[in-house]
Write a protein that binds this ligand. Structure first.
Ligand code: HEM
Ligand code: NAG
Ligand code: NAG
Ligand code: NAG
Ligand code: NAG
Ligand code: NAG
Ligand code: NAG
Ligand code: NAG
Ligand code: NAG
Ligand code: NAG
Length: 355
């Protein structure tokens, strides 16, 4: 919240407005949240990611995307990990935009198990996702490192409809920008974070049919589309697990190659290509293609910003014992916590709310 006035009245008005904001929008994540309660938390997650990466380097891409899909739906609260929605119905995880393409769940379970050994019931699944995404950036992007503000708590709501609010590969430039704006991210953040597509893979169903329209309109390299057609099964109405690397040349390296490909009509998804069909967005693409250092700096800042989308903190939510299911009600702290939260609400400050 910016105050244009430095007068006492302006400060008072700002203070009053802040007090009126709901508790959850003021709560802060903090670097080193587990310093005292679980000092090895981040090292334990890092160890799990390193081990998983040694077996399958694709896990890094999977973990970065898991964190993204978590944060964009219900905030960063690990709703994407739930295999059962306690409210009933299909959870996000099983919805078409996530299933079967999301990967990295086994790593999360391994990290959860290791954390329970060291410091039971302390580290949230949402923070595991945030740490694991950071470690994936670290492992794939030489010299890339950032401190992850933590203290997220786990939610209990995960719906199929939620997953369909994720930006999809058929979105236009305007659709992409508004999907990010809805979550407090800018058009530049959107282009910056799309650079994640320098890692990982995509299923034929995410691109092949739409790219025939791009071929007709001259917005995809014909040689590239011919290669994709040769890869993907002819019957496009049937789901297939056939995939292609999004950045064919360096799929396990976090570099700025994605932007260079997009410039050359070699973007894999319609949505990737849209980044050069709008002058504003293309300006960002060109800047990041020309300067990898610039992009990486912005990428790290945008990852932290994405990790701050509507976190549950303090007494909200719970620390899930099994990242796939909410705690059984007997071991859940939420009933108690709800009452404490209500008592605190009138004059509560961030320190109290953080518990
Ligand atoms: C701008 C809007 C975005 C769209 C439309 C989009 C769409 C997609 C699609 C369709 C796939 C392939 C899924 C499949 O079929 O297997 C994919 C993969 C991926 N996306 Fe995005 N994405 C977007 C933004 C992001 C962001 C913000 C991140 C991370 C910060 C991200 C990270 C990834 C990664 C790492 C993969 C590879 C996953 C793997 O190999 O398992 N994407 N994306
Ligand atoms: C945790 O320790 C680190 C390193 O000493 C420090 O930067 C950070 O502020 C600490 N965080 C908290 C919440 O105590
Ligand atoms: C989910 O959590 C909210 C807030 O803590 C609570 O009101 C609600 O009853 C919970 N829903 C289920 C199905 O557990
Ligand atoms: C990963 O992060 C560590 C700090 O924990 C840093 O020293 C190291 O250089 C990073 N690794 C890579 C490959 O960037
Ligand atoms: C994208 O559009 C194509 C038609 O061009 C359609 O076949 C495909 O199912 C759509 N994909 C998604 C994920 O909506
Ligand atoms: C393509 O797959 C659909 C859905 O499984 C099926 O109904 C159709 O018969 C198939 N078409 C051909 C030409 O095999
Ligand atoms: C694709 O892979 C998923 C996950 O491994 C599997 O459940 C599904 O049956 C596969 N689908 C096809 C059409 O092979
Ligand atoms: C390009 O995107 C920007 C940012 O969303 C938007 O303001 C502008 O209107 C778009 N330009 C065109 C020509 O669509
Ligand atoms: C690239 O970006 C970095 C970081 O913003 C900046 O310091 C550097 O001067 C830029 N390099 C060029 C050649 O513009
Ligand atoms: C976590 O819950 C899932 C779903 O019920 C179950 O399949 C899995 O075995 C559980 N994991 C552990 C470690 O208990």
């Amino acid at each position: 919240m910016a105050s244009s006035s430095s007068s006492l009245a302006g400060l008072l008005l700002t203070a009053v407005l802040c007090l009126q904001l709901p508790v959850h929008s003021r709560a802060q994540l903090r670097v080193g949240f587990y310093n005292t309660t679980c000092p090895n938390a981040e090292a334990i997650v890092r160890q799990a990611v390193t081990a998983a990466f040694a077996t399958n380097s694709g896990v890094a891409a999977g973990l970065i995307r898991l964190h993204f899909h978590d944060c964009f739906v219900e905030g960063c609260d690990s709703s994407v990990l739930l295999s059962v929605n306690p409210g009933g119905g299909t959870p996000e995880r099983d919805a078409a935009p996530n299933n079967p393409s999301l990967r990295g769940f086994a790593l999360v379970d391994a990290a959860r198990a290791a954390l329970e050994q060291s410091c039971p019931r302390t580290v949230s699944c949402a923070d595991i996702l945030a740490f694991a995404a950071r470690d994936s950036v670290n492992i794939t992007g030489s010299n890339a490192f950032y401190q992850v503000p933590s203290g997220r708590r786990d939610g209990n709501l995960s719906t199929e409809a939620g997953a369909f609010t994720l930006p999809g590969p058929n979105l236009t430039a305007d659709g992409l920008v508004s999907g990010f704006r809805d979550r407090g991210l800018t058009a530049e953040d959107m282009v910056v974070l799309s650079g994640s597509h320098t890692l990982g893979r995509s299923h034929c169903n995410s691109f092949i049919v739409r790219n025939r329209e791009r071929l007709a309109s001259g917005t995809i390299s014909p040689a590239y589309q011919a290669l994709l057609e040769a890869l993907c099964p002819a019957n496009t109405s049937q789901f297939t697990n056939v995939t292609t690397e999004i950045d064919l040349s360096t799929p396990v390296v976090l570099d700025n190659n994605y932007y260079k490909l997009v410039q050359l009509n070699l973007g894999l998804h319609f949505s990737d290509d849209q980044l050069i069909r709008n002058a504003t967005l293309k300006g960002f693409v060109d800047a990041f293609a020309a300067n990898e250092t610039l992009w990486k700096e912005k990428f790290i800042a945008a990852m932290i910003k994405m990790g701050n989308i509507a976190p549950k903190t303090g007494t909200q939510g719970e620390i899930r014992l099994n990242c796939s299911i909410v705690n059984p009600s007997s071991s859940s702290s939420s009933g108690y916590a709800g009452v404490i939260e209500m008592l605190r609400r009138p004059g509560s400050d961030d320190k109290l709310a953080m518990g």
